[in-house]
Design a protein around this ligand. Structure first.
Ligand SMILES: C[S@@+](CC[C@H](N)C(=O)[O-])C[C@H]1O[C@@H](n2cnc3c(N)ncnc32)[C@H](O)[C@@H]1O
Length: 397
């Protein structure tokens, strides 16, 4: 028997005796009987065999695949407590790895279920699903409670793609339209007539070639219109994206000069352009930059210049005096060159948006000599998973 002391960064319950033991789906203060399924010199991994005393924060999880599918890890916890878990996780990481003890402000998700506008499914031997947690076995699914309704309706008809083995990314937008991106060695016959009668399919792309319709669609966030190609990045949660837009807009000074690094289809740069005199956007994916150039036009943001290239390097070429840098890098965070380029430009303000608190902490530590962290927010972009989006406002010391 063990009493769980806290959650680890992946949402697993932990307790210590001679070494640390991680127990999936166990919550703090619960008393559990358990079975060890993996033993190493430093730690054990176990599963619950008998939940002797339940936490007051435990709730019935609505998803039938929850304990098997590797997508969610926190559906058994009250929503408010999942936010507290993420708040404490980011606070702990920033304190431990960046020496930063700051208040973490929380931006909740107004729709903690049915928020995702994109999911990636595996099709294996004709069955569609997600990988089981920590394995490559498929958990066949009929719907995903994190995904928006248009995606779930499509999953119920996915057999009409007639795929045996494939990777399928399904995206939807403000108008419940669908963009389907398929990677597969073998395509037999996609039942376009049936699928287009039942779903608002804008395009089906197979192995990077258009099979039906278009390879892009439009998204609207906060009255701004964005073209998004099938392989361009777009934030997966439109409700939280709107809140990040507001935060970015609040923190751009009138008449300033801004660089939006890792700009994707240009979203944050276009928001900044509403207040700034001039914005530079840098992005490495060619289709995303094509989208950004269209988005500049449709949103009348004539004061933006978009550049295709590696943000870590292109930044060195900017000759202007940049007042604010918006940074929204991939999980890996900033490269050494990227940090050198930023410290060469030394903008007054940095708005750092991160989907990985570990690389965020590493980068904040490296910027620490010249920048003070004024405010930190977490935004619940990925509800009921252990993932978290953080936004840090930095000012030159
Ligand atoms: C987390 S996304 C942010 C996109 C955008 N800011 C948004 O909110 O939609 C990171 C973006 O960085 C791009 N990217 C990755 N590595 C890059 C690099 N070295 N230079 C420029 N862009 C890069 C990706 O293609 C992706 O669009």
């Amino acid at each position: 028997m063990a009493i769980i002391t806290k959650l680890d960064h992946f949402g697993r319950g932990i307790f210590y005796d001679t070494k640390i033991t991680f127990i999936d789906y166990a919550l703090p203060n619960e008393e559990v009987e358990y079975k060890i399924i993996k033993e190493t010199l430093k730690y054990n991994v176990a599963t619950i065999t008998n939940l002797k005393k339940k936490s007051e924060d435990r709730v019935d999880y609505p998803c039938p695949y929850f304990l098997k599918c590797g997508g969610c890890s926190l559906e058994h916890l009250k929503y408010a407590k999942t936010l507290k878990f993420k708040q404490e996780k980011v606070a702990e990481i920033l304190s431990k790895y960046a020496n930063l003890d700051v208040k973490i402000n929380v931006i909740a998700n107004p729709s903690p279920y049915n928020y995702r506008n994109k999911i990636s499914l595996k099709i294996w031997q004709g069955k569609a699903g997600f990988y089981e947690s920590k394995t490559h076995s498929l958990v066949e699914i009929n719907e995903c409670l994190l995904a928006q309704d248009a995606i779930n309706k499509f999953i119920k008809d996915i057999k009409y793609l007639h795929l045996e083995n494939a990777d399928v990314i399904i995206r939807t937008n403000y108008n419940n339209e669908l963009l389907i991106d398929i990677k597969s060695q073998h395509i037999e016959h996609i039942d376009i007539d049936y699928l287009t009668k039942k779903h608002k399919i804008v395009g089906i792309i197979v192995n990077d070639k258009i099979y039906y319709g278009e390879d892009k669609f439009m998204e609207i966030i906060d009255k701004k219109l964005f073209q998004v190609s099938y392989n361009s990045f777009f934030q997966v949660n439109p409700y939280i994206t709107a809140k990040i837009f507001a935060l970015v807009s609040e923190n751009i000074k009138p008449h300033s000069i801004v660089a939006d690094l890792f700009c994707g289809v240009g979203t944050l740069g276009i928001i900044a352009a509403g207040k700034a005199n001039k914005v530079y956007g840098i992005e490495i994916v060619p289709n995303a930059i094509k989208n950004a150039l269209i988005n500049k036009k449709i949103n009348n943001s004539n004061n933006i210049e978009f550049c295709l290239g590696d943000a870590n390097k292109v930044l060195f070429a900017i000759q202007d005096n940049i007042d604010t840098i918006i940074l929204d890098p991939p999980r890996s965070g900033l490269s050494k060159t990227g940090k050198e380029a930023i410290l060469k430009l030394l903008p007054q303000d940095i708005i750092y948006i991160s989907c990985d608190p570990m690389t965020l902490a590493r980068d904040l530590k490296d910027l620490n000599k010249y920048y003070e962290v004024k405010k930190v927010y977490i935004a619940d972009m990925f509800s009921y998973t252990y993932h978290v989006e953080s936004i840090c406002l930095l000012t030159k010391k």
